[in-house]
Ligand binder design. Sequence first.
Ligand code: PEP
Length: 252
Amino acid sequence: MRKKIVAGNWKMNMELSEGVALATGINKYFKSEPLKEKEAILCTPFIHLGIVSTLLNAPGVTAGAQNCSEHKSGAYTGEVSAAMIRSTGASTVIIGHSERRSYYHEDDMLLAAKTAEALRNNLRVIFCCGEVLSEREDNNHFAVVKRQLEKGIFVLPEEEFRKCIIAYEPVWAIGTGVTATPAQAQEMHHFIRELVAGKYGKNVADDTTILYGGSCKASNAAELFANPDVDGGLIGGASLSREEFCNIVNAL
Ligand code: PEP
């Protein structure tokens, strides 16, 4: 059975004390309302990761990072390795977010290397894919997502691929307030699951968690999550509010 997950991507928001307060509030909520058969992941800035990993103790609430280096260690000023992330107690890392792809020019090859390094260090990978608006308008969105997955994670052997969670994030929906319709989300998630089945077989496809991301909030989460191939969400802006985030998790 595939896992149902809501992951919050805090991006470059919140000073340390604010982040600790948010994580403490979410942890407290899920101690009193324990998660059943689902997981909430808080993907914090690196600065917060050690302390947030340590304070989270509600069952099913875990910490993750938003990026990692493709290198093991060494003279890479400003970088953070997968091993360092793992050493904080965090269990997950987001790779290939569209902001990393566009602002930091992270290409398919680099993302494949980052993914491999994260998996080598026993991190689960939330691998992001998704088209920009012009690609959808040109009817290229399926081809773009297929290429991103083929180059980024379909290069992995099955046992490594099984440690990956896929996040479909149409770039035109990220931070814009425009959400993919439930039908658009389902159509792409189904397409992705078929791609996984073609590469790794139906059992692996059935076990693969595919998250939707892009202006998902408490008010629209339930209709997105009701789709058979949508297994949860990767949440940006709405993950910065305890109430919103907990309500999105509850909508799952
Ligand atoms: C994201 O950046 O992963 C995201 C989904 O952002 P938002 O929810 O703010 O659109």
